[in-house]
Every structure is written in C-alpha cells, then in structure tokens.
Design a protein around this ligand. Sequence first.
Ligand SMILES: [Zn+2]
Length: 322
Amino acid sequence: MTEPPTALPAVGVDIGGTKVAGGVVAADGTLLDTARRATPGSSVADTEDAIVAVVEELAGRHEALVGVGIGAAGWFDRTGDTVLFSPHLAWRNSTLRKDLAARLQRPLWVGNDADAAAWAEYRYGAARGASLALMITLGTGIGGGIVIDGRLQRGAHGVAGEWGHMRVVPDGRLCACGSRGCWEQYASGTALGQTAREVALTSPAAAGRLLERVDGRAERLTGEDVARTAADGDPLALELVTEVGTWLGQGIADLAAVLDPEVVVIGGGVSVLGELVLGPARTRLDRALPGRGFRPGPRVVAAQLGAQAGLIGAADLVRSGA
Ligand SMILES: [Zn+2]
C-alpha cells in the first residue's frame, strides 16, 4: 500500500548566519535525522551550495520525501520567491527559491525562520490549539511569527511579524535595519552584550565577575557571557537579564494592544534563561497591558521545540502545501 504523500517525512532546513542545519521530519514532528554544513555568510552562492549539500546528504539516506522546507533569517516576499533583505546574510533581492527549485527538483517552501518556528510551536509545541499565537525569537535580534485560526500569517508583502524593529527608544541605539531605537536593540542577546559592555566600561568594579570571563576586556563581552554569569547568580548579570526581560514584557504589552494574542511563545537562544527572562517579562506585561485589570492578557510561555523549531516548522509547511 502506498502512503499518502502528506504522511511521508519532509526535509526541513534552517539557515543561520554561520551554519545550514537540516533534518528529516516525520509527519508527527519527530526529527528522524540531521545534517549540517558551515556557511560563510558573505556569499550567496556558497550558502546555496551548503543548502543543496545538506538536502542531498539527507535525501541519500531517506528515499520517500514530500519536499523541502527552508527557513532563513531574512525578509521574504509573500510567495517566498524572493529574499528581500537579510541583515546577517548576503541576500539582497535574491531569487533563492527559483535557484533552489532548479537545483533540488523537489516541492519547496521557502520563508522566514521565525515564521517556520512559530508554525512548529503551533503544530507540535507550546502554542498547540491557540486561536491566535505569536512567536518571539530572542537571538542575535528579535524574530517573530503569527498564527491565526490555524494559518501562518505572512502579511500582504510577506514581512509581517518583524516587531524586532518597532521603535521603542526615540533616537536610541543604531540597528542593522538602518533605523535607531529598535526593540531588538534592547531585548535580545545582542542587547544583553551591548548593555554589559557599557556597564563594564563605566563601572568596572561592579562588573568584576563579568570581566573575569573576558580577561578584563570589556569590549569582548557578549550576551552569552552575561547569560552564563547570570546563571551563576551574579547580581549585576541578573540585573541585566531582568532588564532584557522587562523590555520584552513591554513589547509584548504593545503587541497585545494590537493583536490580542492568546499565547506568546518565547524562543531563540536567550530563552534558555527561562524564568530569569520570562518572570520579569510577565511582571512588566501585567503593569503595561492596556486595559489591565479589565481584560485577559496573553499567556507568556517558553518555546518547547528548542533550536530545531525552525527546521521542524519548515518541513511541516512544505508537507501541508503552504
Ligand atoms: Zn531595526
């Protein structure tokens, strides 16, 4: 008996700034196999070669596949045909989908990595069954995805959910998108590192534990250093993490004013800090939610699928013919 195509596994691929991670994903969301390649972010051709290599490696081990779903840290047009812009990769109006379709000869879904992650959390994770779910990925920047009534919403031009670039501080920190004061400059891994460097330069005595990690070189501090030091209980690092959580909660309150979500799922690298970030976010949300006390607010929960969410979601999106 031949299985219907939708019950077959699909390949999901997640493209980050430094690596292409692929996996074979079963219809129930289980990850059956993985493959990865490093990719130099500076070259469009090298990135495409890495994608093709990952897919061919996986296809060599799994015969029956529905297609290939690809999520990347970029802004896509509505069809997924064109990558409009990617702050951390080389794409500028690139015809990624057409190029890959010609080389892979398989059904494709191509789109934003946070959209794919949002879909994965809706299908298999923390947002299952929600009528209106938002995904916020806290990594180098802030990504986002929107699922309403069981459909991924990509916007009229494909770039909905880019709330990392809402302006939260007039004339604030410069952002990779070309604007100033964007939310992701205050509530992301990059923001954590930036604030730590500023504090360590002006108050080195208070930043002793942080500076130990980087041989006293404040300019080398990253968000990861702060996260590790906070996990060890350092008061300053905890304060910096709380600040990021507070900015996160304020942004969620603003999103709640627009979209009234049932659940907001927090994923991405910074979310491994768990309640250290989510606690302050909920506290701020409770204080900043418009109409607080007279309306329900969203649940704010940690993502369940971890770093694999993007590729799991992309695989399911090609399987479902999105
Ligand atoms: Zn920006």
